[in-house]
Structure formats: structure tokens, C-alpha cells
Ligand binder design. Sequence first.
Ligand SMILES: *[C@@H]1O[C@H](CO)[C@@H](O)[C@H](O)[C@H]1NC(C)=O
Ligand SMILES: *[C@@H]1O[C@H](CO)[C@@H](O)[C@H](O)[C@H]1NC(C)=O
Length: 467
Amino acid sequence: MRFKNKSRKPTTLRCNAGRRCSFSVLVWSLVGCLLLLNLYSFISQKDARRGGTHFHINQHPHIRELEEVEEENIQLPPPRKRSPRAAKRKPKRPTTLIEEFLDESSQLRNVFFPGQRTAIDPRKSSENDTYYYYPGRMWLDTEGNPIQAHGGGILYDQRTKMYYWYGEYKDGPTYHAHKKGAARVDVIGVGCYSSKDLWMWKNEGIVLAAEENDETHDLYKLNILERPKVIYNEKTGKYVMWMHIDDTNYTKASAGVATSDFPTGPFDYLYSKRPHGYDSRDMTVFKDEDGIAYLVYSSEDNSELHIGPLNEEYIDVTQAMRRVLVGQHREAPALFKHGGTYYMITSGCTGWAPNEARAHAAESILGPWETIGNPCIGGNKVFRDTTFFGQSTFVLPLPELPGSFIFMADRWNPADLRDSRYVWLPLRVAGPVDHPLEYNFGFPLWSRVSVYWHKRWRLPYRWQGKK
Ligand SMILES: *[C@@H]1O[C@H](CO)[C@@H](O)[C@H](O)[C@H]1NC(C)=O
Ligand SMILES: *[C@@H]1O[C@H](CO)[C@@H](O)[C@H](O)[C@H]1NC(C)=O
């Protein structure tokens, strides 16, 4: 592909005016070739720095397995009689897969939210099922209860050599606070689960609990607590949790902070604020290799993202802040890094309904950020246009497989939010992007970010819990 580009360029300098200009054509061709060769070697070096070209990696059988996508062929059900209740709420029969997905009385319900019988259950897994992820199925912890860690993130703790999965514990009834309010569950707290293999999860309890009585408290149960993320601060030895804090109507739009001496809590809630004085809703934190951590949040009514470094203790923002993806209306940011380049996956803003994911890339975390397209591969068109009926929440690097990550998404179930599902899929950073920019002469400045659809998959066997 690169070679083709390289040889094509000089031919575009062809002179049609006959021999008179052949000398200048020769000179300009040579100059062009040299320039392109230079650019080519610069790009190759960059690629090498990023951990080799996708060519070599593709040949690795483990990677091939991760990239072998499956297709989905879900047929819309034939017209049917609807219950009066459903008919009243939405008079017309759903005509698209997305409408079926959102219709709680849909005949396809079981396709998107399979029942208990097919749950991933580490207590009674056979040789055939051990370590396999089934995106969208119920996922039980080591006690047999559905994992409650929605909108979550994962921390790998060097001290305990364990993975900790934090997320919204939503095991309560779903209701609407008022007519126009979004479906909600009262705040219960932040759930924490531990694992050595990223598959079998032990419930470590609620590590930051809701406030039952004090209506003025940020964590009052009628408020909102979403997208908790935890990072470890080497200087203070504290585990620091950041989260989206809001009121029922999402008008407070703040970021909250809590800290703990242990990954399993309990976390002490410190405070919330509007970072840099701006509204802040969906958010994440990212700790860079140099120990500097950043807060990333949707702002200006979700029309743009803001990124800014935290202070040394990670318990506050600093004055520095950049607006990125301005006017692009993105939320649910999940940020990761590969070979010195920063990548991010975001969703659109359509409430609980799924929409198309986008990948973004940047040389500096503070931007500029370039949008490089929809990362989803496989399934079918509707699957790819809806992030596999999910919404991004976190991207977890697999340390022994450079360029490989787990993409974590939530498949929200607005009819019963506690029964929202997890969509975990392999993510790879490799290969050229779909639509190279004009000004880079057809050479990819970024690698493609790809999330591969699988009904069933597992991490490469060699890696499995054998660290
Ligand atoms: C495992 O899978 C094989 C082939 O699909 C099947 O024959 C076998 O019965 C399965 N074993 C268990 C314990 O489910
Ligand atoms: C939320 O909005 C509704 C409808 O506008 C209003 O009745 C209610 O008082 C608001 N609640 C809060 C906590 O602001």
C-alpha cells in the first residue's frame, strides 16, 4: 500500500508538453521521490517506535484470533400484536433494530439481553467456557450475583498484583423522577470487584456508599453518581477516585473526588466542583507514563471535551485546560496510549440509546485531537453504527500484548438499568486508518483503532492468569 503510493506520486508529475520539459520533469521527479522517501522513512521509524508494523503482528496466531470478527444476521420479527400498554407508549411497531432494542416488549429482547440461563458463571464453567467473554450476556461474580459495575473502569494494582473493577452499583428499581426525567436508579454507591485473570470477579463490596438522609450531600441517594474511575498516586500512596456528580436533572454537572488507602476502600468523599469553572458530565481520568494524571470531561452542554492535568495529589485540577473536539458533541470518553500516541474512544450524546463510536488520536494529550473514524468492525451495519448496542466506558491495556486492549462498553437497559450488560471486546491499534488526511500524502499519521465483534472470545491462552 505504501509502496503503491510512493510510485504513484511521481507519475502525477508527468509532463504532456513533449520533450522540452523532460529535464525539469526529471529533476522534479527526483525531488518528489526524495521527499517521499524521507517521509516514508520518517513514518516507518514512527511505526517501529509504536511497536512494529501491523504486518508482523498480524501473523501472530493469538492476534489473528482476536481479529477474526463474527457476523451478525438478526432478522426483524414479523408484525405482531402489541400489548395495549406498549402500543400506548409507542403506537407504531418498531421498524428498525435500534427501535427493537429500545422496546422492552420486543420479541428480540432476548437477543440483546439474554436471560439468566446463558449467564457467564465462573462457579460452574466447563472447560469449554472458562475465560470466555460473551458480550451482552449476564455476567456473574464468584458468589453467583450479577456484577454491578456499570460505567466502570479498571485499575491494575502493582502492590496486590490484582485488577480492580469499579463501577456504578445499580441494583435498585428503575424509575423516572418526573415526566421528562431520564430513567434512573437511586445512588447506592460505587461497586468494586477484584480479579487476577480479568474473568473471574470477586465482589469487594461498595467502596463508596450513597448518603441516605442528608439531602445536601453530593452522594445523597436522589442525586447522580456516574462513571467512577480510580487511579493510584505513588507520591501520596492513595487510591484516588473521580466521578461524575450531579442532581436528578443533570444541572449540577460537577466532578467529585474520593480517596482511600486501599484499592478495596472504603473511600473518603472529599468534594465536588465544576472543574475550571465549567459544567462537567461524562468524564474519565487518565494517568500517563510520567505520572501526570488528567481529567477528561464533556463540557459546554456536552458539545466539547475538556482535558486538563490534575495536581500532584490527583485530588484537584490545575489551571491548565484545553478544549478539544469542539462542536463534536461527544461523551463517554475512554482514553488510552500506545507507542507515544494518545487515543480516545467516545460516543455521541443520545441518552441511554446506543450510537456510533468514534476514535480520536493525538500526539499530545492536550491536543490537537483528530477524529479518525468508527473503530467498530464486524457484527453487521447496525451493530457497527451502535457500538454493538453499547457505549464506551474504558479501554484497558493488556501489558503482555503491546497494541492490544480490552474495549469496555455498557449495554444500557433503560427499562431496568440494574440489568444493563457489559460488552467487552478486543481492541487493536494497528494498520492504516480508513480515511488518511489530505495533507499527509496518503500516509497514515495514526494507526487504526479497531474494535472487533465477537459473540464469544477470550484473551490469548498464553496470557491467561499466568502472570
Ligand atoms: C465441549 O465442547 C465440545 C465440542 O463443542 C462438546 O462435544 C462437549 O460436550 C463440550 N463439553 C462440555 C463439558 O460442555
Ligand atoms: C427537576 O426538574 C423537574 C421538572 O422541571 C422539577 O419539577 C424538579 O423540581 C427538578 N428537580 C431538581 C432536583 O432540580
